[in-house]
Design a protein. Structure first.
Length: 373
C-alpha cells in the first residue's frame, strides 16, 4: 500500500497555525499599540516586563532587543572583558558564545552530559582558573541544566552564573523556573522560540536590583534620565509592538508548553523499540518544555533524506559544534567527545504545540520504515 501521494507536508514548526488560533487577540493588541503610538518604551513594555518577571518567578525582567543582546548586556553589566574567561558549552547556538568573544573574553568549553545535552557539572570545577569570571550553562532544547551542582560550585568560587534560557521559557528544574536559578538569565523571543515575538526580542531576568538597574541603563544608551548618560550603553530595547504581542502570547505559553509535553510523550511511546534510535530521556528533576525534540541515530544523513522524501521537515541543532567553527580557529584541536558525538547523530523532529497525532504518526511511520530498511 502506498500512501506517499496522499501525505501532507509535516512542517518543522507552524507559526501560521498558532497565529490563526489567537488572531483576534493579537490583532486587537497591535491596534492598541498603533492607536496609542507607544512604539518605544511605555506601558506595553512595562506590562510585559511585569508579567514575564512573574512568570519566571523573579523580581525583575528587562525587555531588550534580542537574546544575543541580552547576553552581551549581562556580560557588560558584570564587567567581563579582556582576558577574562567564561565557562560554557560548545553544543549550543552560536549566540551563546559570540558576545563572550566580542567582549574580548575567552569562552572555555566544557563537554555536555549525554542525557541532558547540557553543561556536565562533573567537568566544571576542573575548567575554573584564576581568569574565570562567570559560568554560563545553556538550557538547550528546553531541558534544564543540572543547576544545583553548578550553583554550588559557582558559589564556592564566588562566580556569577548566567543562564542562557533562550530555549527554556517555562522550563522547571526541581519545581523552579529556569531563568530564576542563577545570578541572572537571558531569554530570546525569536519567532521560533516557545515564546516567540513577531520579530526580534529578548529579556534579562534577575533578582538582583543593582544588576537589573544597570542592564536597564545599558540597554537604553546608559541613561539614568532622558539626557543624563551615566554609562556608555547601546540601543537594545524591546519595542512596543513586540511587547504587546508577547503579552498576549505569554498567557498561552503554559498551555502550549503542555501540548509540546504531550507530543513528546507520544513520540516517546511510539518510537520506543525502534532499533538504533535513541529518544530523549528526562531526569526526574526536570520538567522540560521541548523547544526541540531531538533523537539520536547513527545514519542521520540517510534518515533526514528519507524523511524529506515523505515531506517531513527536520532540523539539526547543531551540526557543527562551536569549537569546530571556522570563526574560532584557535579551538579546532580541542576535544569534546560527547559534544562531537551529538553533533554527528542528533536530529530534531517536528515539534510545535499545534502538531497533530496524525502528523506524529506520519513521522513515526517514516522512521520505522527507514529503520526496517
Ligand atoms: C536563540 C538563541 C540565542 C539568541 O537569541 P536571539 O534572540 O536570536 O538573538 C541565544 N542562545 C540560544 C541557546 C538560543 O537558542
Amino acid at each position: 500500500m502506498s500512501v506517499t501521494s496522499q501525505l501532507a507536508t509535516v512542517p518543522f514548526v507552524d507559526l501560521k497555525a498558532q497565529y490563526a488560533s489567537i488572531k483576534s487577540e493579537i490583532d486587537a493588541a497591535i491596534e492598541q499599540v498603533l492607536t496609542t503610538t507607544a512604539f518605544v518604551k511605555g506601558r506595553f513594555i512595562t506590562a510585559f516586563e511585569e508579567a514575564f518577571a512573574d512568570y519566571c518567578e523573579v523580581k525583575f525582567a528587562i525587555g531588550v532587543g534580542n537574546g544575543t543582546d541580552a547576553i552581551s548586556l549581562v556580560l557588560k553589566a558584570l564587567e567581563i572583558g579582556k582576558d577574562d574567561e567564561v565557562i560554557t558549552v560548545a553544543h549550543t547556538f552560536t549566540a551563546t558564545v559570540e558576545p563572550i568573544v566580542l567582549a574580548g573574553a575567552h569562552p572555555v568549553f566544557v563537554d555536555v552530559d549525554p542525557i541532558t545535552n547540557n553543561l556536565n557539572p562533573a567537568l566544571l570545577e576542573a575548567a575554573i582558573t584564576s581568569h574565570t569570571k562567570a559560568i554560563m550553562p545553556v538550557h538547550l532544547y528546553g531541558m534544564p541544566a543540572d543547576m544545583d551542582i553548578i550553583n554550588e560550585i559557582a558559589s564556592r568560587y564566588k562566580l556569577p552564573v548566567i543562564e542562557d534560557s533562550a530555549q527554556a521559557a517555562g522550563t522547571r528544574y526541581k519545581g523552579r523556573r529556569c531563568g530564576s536559578l542563577g545570578t541572572i538569565s537571558c531569554f530570546s523571543f525569536y519567532p521560533g522560540k516557545n515564546l516567540g515575538a513577531y520579530g526580534d526580542g529578548g529579556a534579562v531576568c534577575t533578582n538582583d536590583f543593582d544588576l537589573a538597574q544597570k542592564i536597564r541603563m545599558l540597554a537604553d544608551h546608559g541613561r539614568s534620565d532622558k539626557y543624563l548618560h551615566k554609562l556608555v550603553g547601546v540601543n537594545s530595547r524591546l519595542d512596543g509592538l513586540q511587547a504587546a504581542i508577547l503579552n498576549v502570547k505569554l498567557a498561552h505559553l503554559d498551555d502550549w508548553n503542555a501540548a509540546r509535553r504531550e507530543h513528546a510523550a507520544e513520540y516517546g511511546r511510539k518510537l520506543a523499540g525502534i532499533i538504533d534510535l535513541k529518544v530523549p530521556e528526562t531526569p526526574e528533576w526536570a520538567e522540560p518544555i521541548w523547544h526541540l525534540y531531538v533523537i539520536e541515530i547513527p545514519d542521520r544523513t540517510g534518515l533526514q533524506k528519507a524523511l524529506k522524501a515523505q515531506q517531513i521537515d527536520s532540523g539539526i541543532h547543531y551540526p557543527i559544534p562551536l569549537h569546530k567553527q571556522p570563526c574560532y580557529p584557535e579551538y579546532q584541536n580541542f576535544s569534546l567527545p560527547v559534544t562531537e558525538y551529538k553533533a554527528a547523530t542528533i536530529l530534531s523532529l517536528p515539534m510545535f504545540p499545534e502538531l497533530t497525532s496524525a502528523q506524529i504518526d506520519q513521522v513515526v511511520e517514516a522512521l520505522a520504515t527507514f529503520q526496517r530498511g
